[in-house]
Design a protein around this ligand. Structure first.
Ligand code: SF4
Length: 374
């Protein structure tokens, strides 16, 4: 339970104006002003950047963002693309549902809104992949709507600043934080002020009130920050209660026919939906038998590569990679009709592939280059 006394004290003690004013002044002097998606009110640009920035650092996002905007500069071009083209541009960025939702939303915008973005956060958040905070960020930056954001960074800032003694992802705490975020909005309601304030919160979370060892000496909120004043910056926000995740194991078959590997497209739904992966079998199955019986190819030799672990929200996946040298009929190699492709490793790296497949392709390439594998 959040401490009610703390809640009442804080709401009374913090005047929204002073909080917002300090942040806006700080942003002008110390915030970020030259990111590739800044300096525009174009909702498409803001939308793409906001989605890419979810759970992903700015430095990682920039090259992806630039490539994506070159290929898909507007809603119409994104809607006209195939899902596969969109996912290929997303390859390596992770959380692929974001790419799938961008594509779905672009088509909805084109079909139901004549390609024009709705201006209200409440409408934007009905679109696939756009949550309440992202909708508010788009509406504030693009249309000057007077609304609060509450992404992971802002939760961290508010949890520290106000001394929230509960995991911010918990429902009650989250509801409370939304109330606070709204109560702290600047008094002035013009477009420039709300955009600067929203950017200030994002910048403070990224540059100053960072996850570990926040730079409180540079923070405009230090004077009345609960966590700083009570020496609790290391323990707030309260971490997610520990949960032991179940482990799933799987075997990935890296089938190599001379310089080509086999990739199979996964079904559209489920993990890594629509992405290209190696054939997958149960860990107690024989890779050699599987090749002969199911793929009608002979496996000549094999090597086991080190296991990989990949975390999903609800389970941990342990991948046992098995490298097999196979012979296959050349006539069948360029067969994409049944969702299989034989590609060189370089070509495979250009496809829409999840991070573990990318790692395995790179390990295979190193192995081949070092001639350990014959
Ligand atoms: S004083 Fe420190 S903990 Fe408090 S908001 Fe600023 S950076 Fe975060």
């Amino acid at each position: 339970m959040i401490h009610q006394a703390t809640k009442q004290f804080r709401i009374a003690a913090v005047t929204p104006n002073s909080f917002a004013d300090r942040l806006i002044l700080w942003q002008r002097a110390c915030g970020r002003h030259s990111l590739p998606w800044q300096g525009t009110r174009d909702p498409y640009t803001i939308w793409i950047s906001e989605i890419m920035l979810q759970q992903t650092q700015v430095s990682t996002v920039i090259p992806y963002y630039e490539r994506f905007m070159t290929v898909f500069p507007n809603v119409a071009s994104l809607a006209a693309a195939s899902l596969e083209e969109v996912l290929a541009m997303w390859s390596g960025l992770g959380y692929y549902s974001r790419g799938r939702n961008l594509h779905r939303t672009a088509r909805i915008l084109l079909e139901q809104y004549d390609g024009v973005f709705p201006q209200k956060a409440l409408v934007l958040q009905q679109l696939p992949g756009i949550g309440r905070s992202t909708a508010a960020a788009i509406a504030a930056f693009a249309f000057g709507e007077y609304c609060a954001i509450l992404d992971g960074n802002v939760k961290r800032i508010l949890a520290r600043y106000l001394g929230v003694n509960e995991y911010p992802g918990e429902k009650t705490a989250e509801k409370y934080l939304w109330e606070l975020a709204e109560s702290l909005l600047p008094v002035e309601k013009d477009h420039q002020t709300i955009a600067s304030y929203t950017q200030a919160l994002m910048d403070l979370g990224a540059l100053v009130c960072v996850r570990t060892q926040p730079h409180c000496q540079r923070c405009p909120l230090q004077a009345d920050c609960n966590a700083y004043q009570s020496n609790r910056t290391a323990v707030l926000p309260v971490p997610r209660p520990r949960k032991i995740l179940p482990i799933r194991e799987t075997m990935h078959l890296i089938l190599l026919d001379q310089d080509r590997v086999l990739l199979k497209r996964r079904p559209a739904t489920g993990i890594w939906g629509g992405l290209w992966c190696f054939p997958e079998i149960a860990v107690d199955q024989s890779g050699v038998d599987y090749c002969e019986k199911n793929l009608h190819m002979q496996a000549l030799k094999f090597a086991e590569l080190p296991h990989l672990q990949h975390m999903f929200t609800h389970f941990k996946l342990v991948i046992r990679p098995l490298l097999l040298s196979v012979t296959y009929q050349p006539a069948h190699k360029e067969n994409s009709e049944n969702n299989t492709l034989w590609l060189t490793i370089e070509e495979a790296l250009q496809q829409a592939i999840p991070a573990p497949v990318r790692k395995l392709l790179l390990s295979t390439r190193s192995l081949l280059q070092s001639c350990i594998y014959e």
